[in-house]
Design a binder for this molecule. Sequence first.
Ligand code: NDP
Length: 240
Amino acid sequence: MSKEKKKILITGASRGIGKSLALKSKENGYVVVGTSTSKRGVQELENEGILGLELNLNDDRSIKEFNNFLIKDHSDIEILINNAGITRDNIVLRMSDEEWTEVLNVHLNGTFKISKTILKFMLKKKWGRIINLTSASASIGNRGQANYAAAKAGVEAFSRSLAKEVGSRGITVNSVAPGYIETDMTEQINDEMREEILKQIPLSRFGKPEEVSDLIEFLITDEASYITGQTIHINGGLYM
Ligand code: NDP
């Protein structure tokens, strides 16, 4: 399989889905570069044998430094997973400009800014895989998540447009849209809310990070080379 020695960049690789994917990719023979916003997160990645880099997608200076470093030292990246994510939930009437902007920055603007850099590497190689983590919220909406749902829907539309632009160059672009997955992001959901959510999931449970990373591992292989411009849902039936 041609995955051997391919270099993969995973944003937000220090926890949750990103960490699961980073470990699995390493196990499968990829050279893995992962990011965290903190020095501690970077160190934890390094301890796992993953090249850790600092990146804050809510900070333009951090993004510029990161992109320049990639151009200098990692122009052989062929696979990009725009995974980093945050939530700043609030109903629209109470949502601050900061809550709105930070979520748009990390998900939508960040995805654009990192993809643009890596695309140039991929165009030279005439091969590439971009997977953007979105969410069931983008399709069904979620009370208190107007910022998050809008950002994720934007990422899905961005992915489809980019897929059309670069398909002829051997580059595929897809979105993976999880439902509720057991990570730090869903940890704050209280028992009562969890019960309500579980009633809406035919498989009656939250997903595991490994279940999402297994799907992504398939999408980055040569075997998935005819899949592009898609949003692939993984949500236990929450949205169909
Ligand atoms: P986690 O909260 O477990 O981890 C988030 C990751 O993103 C961490 O590695 C964190 O790095 C990084 N991150 C946070 N803020 C920033 C920032 N400003 N700049 C760069 N990186 C940042 O998230 P999940 O694993 O749950 O989510 C992964 C992706 O999947 C996200 O895009 C999320 O929206 C999406 N998703 C998750 C669902 C779920 O139920 N968990 C459902 C649907 C979609 P660090 O803390 O080290 O700084």
